[in-house]
Design a protein around this ligand. Structure first.
Ligand code: E4P
Length: 216
């Protein structure tokens, strides 16, 4: 499973990429707004830092507007992926942009039926938002499992990008469900590598080594 960072913060992205485990980035208008930086230079910088795909979201809500913005965003860099919302116009835009060879991440997916239509329209990624479903007492992971099963059984090549991830267990369960990608905040990525027994174990090793007084 690929790991993407769900952020537009250049510092976090550089740190994640330096770790060697970050495959891509997803942004959205809220994440971009948090950075308070001019849009175009920000997204160009992000695309230049990241080795893999960077999702850049349209803000138009009509078909023509999404296509126009999508075509512009696709020009930003070769690793740019256009993000369109899962609306009627969004589906049409996915069909059109995919037909032009532009890769699209269809976002704000909350049901298996939406995901089925998105795959039919030719989306490169589908982004089911599991945390936001958990927030309203629906089991977000069930949606990831359903979509993975439907795509596998039906032979769709659209990649399942588990989004709105809030904790390490979401990452584990998305991996078990067969999601192709999990996108997460930097704080969740940091949690993935932490274990108290690692810290305790390392301290014990180093204390014992210090008592020995040897050098490597
Ligand atoms: C996905 O691409 C979205 O940017 C993101 O995962 C939304 O997460 P949130 O529900 O934590 O805002």
């Amino acid at each position: 499973m690929k790991i993407f960072l769900d952020t537009a913060n250049v510092g976090e992205i550089k740190e994640g990429v330096a770790l060697g485990v970050v495959d891509g980035v997803t942004t959205n208008p809220s994440l971009i707004a948090k950075e308070k930086r001019p849009f175009r230079p920000l997204i160009e910088e992000i695309c230049s830092i990241v080795p893999g795909d960077v999702s850049l979201e349209v803000v138009a809500t009509d078909f023509e507007g999404m296509v126009k913005e999508g075509e512009e965003l696709a020009q930003v860099a070769t690793n740019a992926v256009v993000k369109c919302p899962l609306t009627k116009d969004g589906l049409k835009a996915v069909k059109y942009l995919s037909g032009k060879g532009i890769r699209v991440n269809q976002t704000l997916c909350f049901s298996p039926t939406q995901a089925l239509l998105s795959a039919k329209a030719g989306a490169f990624y589908i982004s089911p938002f599991l945390g936001r479903l958990d927030d309203i007492a629906h089991v977000g992971m069930d949606l990831i499992r359903d979509i993975c099963e439907i795509y596998r059984v039906q032979g769709y090549r659209t990649q399942v990008l588990a989004a709105s991830i809030r904790n390490p267990l979401h990452v584990v369960d998305a991996a078990k469900a067969g999601a192709h990608v999990a996108t997460m905040p930097f704080a969740v990525l940091e949690q993935l590598m932490k274990h108290p027994l690692t810290d305790i174990g390392l301290k014990k090793f180093l204390d014992d080594w210090a008592k020995l007084g040897e050098k490597i």
